[in-house]
Write a protein that binds this ligand. Structure first.
Ligand code: NAP
Ligand code: MG
Length: 404
């Protein structure tokens, strides 16, 4: 066949451990035989981050700003043990954190669904995508363990040094706890833009929920900013696309989500998103089937798997043992990025290839060919063949070849 041509390069961010092995297999078996792959390659594997003093991570994020679409492999976030294991001169920051900060983006997580794995919630038929505002709130809060009686106050001093606000939080008559958290309009605005952009991009309704009835300044501000941006900048486009923006209280949202059939984006404040994304992803089946995309407020996209580098499997792989690591989410990171690149560059063949690749994956799973992690999740009575990562990818390739 003639290979499918690309115009603009994808920003390719390689990674670590087992996912780095899968990355190469996916390229060799599923991409390079079909696509004249154009990428600008950045090696975010830990050795290269160490060698470049983490400059490579920053460069890859700047390249994403330049080109607009990136695909990322899972990477190690170093901790003390990794510093020893890799002989690091510094405990380099999480690449995802660095990239997110530069792109000012929001992470959207969506599960891949197949017929033989039923969500724990029976009526969920379509994916539920969670958008988590990954800034501020309790994650950047100042906390104090109040040791004894005394007065806690909330004070604001403006930039000229003038105190413009002072209110008693509580007059403690005994020991207790105290917390001061904040957020910024600019960050909430970016979050809102990313959510509206992504809803338009994927043609799905957008839900947003907070607790504004109780939190009359803090959460209310989130609600008002979303509404203002929607009314002024997205209402027409949403109506044209036939999708809806819908605000409700967090507790009402939880009840509606459980009763829904899925197929929408649920935007959550930082803590709600942290908790709800774990609940939703577990209810849909498996972390190995969870995709993730970082969307910046000006519409740049970085696709990846939601899971990590699968260290336990990698150590087994190093010992020469067979591993059955699920490559689905990493394949979908590639298909997502290639589809977006195709859409932006007006390359129908490339968009079609992304669809075909995903279809080939689903067909393979529907044939019962799957990695070990999924075998335990399928509904009783499904005939399955448990295979290693390579054989799974080769089975997908066979299904993909039939389409060309
Ligand atoms: P993990 O890599 O997601 O793996 C945790 C466990 O989940 C695995 O041991 C495995 O369970 C199962 N699993 C995850 N993905 C799977 C897949 N594709 N196929 C089959 N099973 C899968 O999380 P971790 O072990 O906590 O973290 C490992 C490293 O990844 C850490 O260094 C961390 O910093 C990094 N990390 C990176 C990212 C990212 O780059 N986005 C995200 C999270 C973590 P079994 O062992 O029971 O089979
Ligand atoms: Mg969590």
């Amino acid at each position: 066949m003639n290979k499918i041509m690309m115009k603009t390069p994808l920003v390719e961010m390689d990674g670590d451990e087992m996912t780095r092995i899968l990355w190469q297999m996916i390229k060799d078996e599923l991409l390079l035989p079909f696509v004249d792959l154009k990428t600008e390659y950045y090696d975010l594997g830990l050795p290269e981050r160490e060698k470049t003093k983490d400059k490579v991570t920053f460069d890859s994020a700047y390249a994403t700003q330049k080109y607009g679409v990136a695909v990322k492999c899972a990477t190690i976030t170093p901790n003390k043990q990794r510093v020893e294991e890799y002989n690091l001169t510094e405990m380099w920051k999480s690449p995802n954190g660095t990239i997110r900060a530069i792109l000012d983006g929001t992470v959207f997580r969506a599960p891949i669904l197949i017929d033989s794995i039923r969500p724990a919630v029976r009526n969920w038929q379509k994916p539920i995508t969670i958008a988590r505002h990954a800034y501020g709130d309790i994650y950047k809060a100042t906390e104090y363990r109040v040791p004894t009686e005394g007065k806690a106050e909330l004070v604001f001093t403006d930039k000229d040094g003038k105190e413009t606000f002072r209110e008693t939080v509580y007059d403690f008559e005994c020991a207790g706890v105290l917390q001061g958290s904040y957020n910024k309009d600019s960050s909430i605005r970016s979050f809102a833009h990313s959510c509206f952009q992504y809803a338009l991009n994927t043609k799905q309704d957008l839900w947003f929920s907070t607790k504004d009835t109780i939190s009359k300044q803090y959460d209310q501000t989130f609600k008002l900013i979303f509404q203002e941006i929607y009314d002024n900048e997205y209402k027409d486009a949403f109506e044209k696309a036939g999708i809806e923006y819908f605000y409700t209280l967090i507790d009402d949202a939880v009840a509606r989500v459980i009763r829904s059939e899925g197929g929408f984006i649920w935007a959550c404040k930082n803590y709600d998103g942290d908790v709800m994304s774990d609940m939703v992803s577990t209810a849909f089946g498996s972390l190995a089937m969870m995709t993730s995309v970082l969307v910046s407020p000006d519409g740049k996209f970085e696709y990846e798997a939601a899971h990590g580098t699968v260290t336990r499997h990698y150590y087994r792989y190093l010992k020469g043992e067979e591993t059955s690591t699920n490559p689905m989410a990493t394949i979908y990171a590639w298909s997502g990025a290639l589809r977006k690149r195709g859409e932006l560059d007006g390359l129908e063949d490339l968009v079609k290839f992304a669809d075909n690749l995903e279809d080939a994956c689903i067909e393979t799973l529907n044939q019962g060919i799957m990695t070990k992690d999924l075998v335990g999740l399928v509904v009783a009575g499904t005939k399955t063949t448990s295979v290693n990562s390579r054989d799974f990818i080769i089975a997908i390739r066979k299904n993909l070849e039939k389409k060309y």
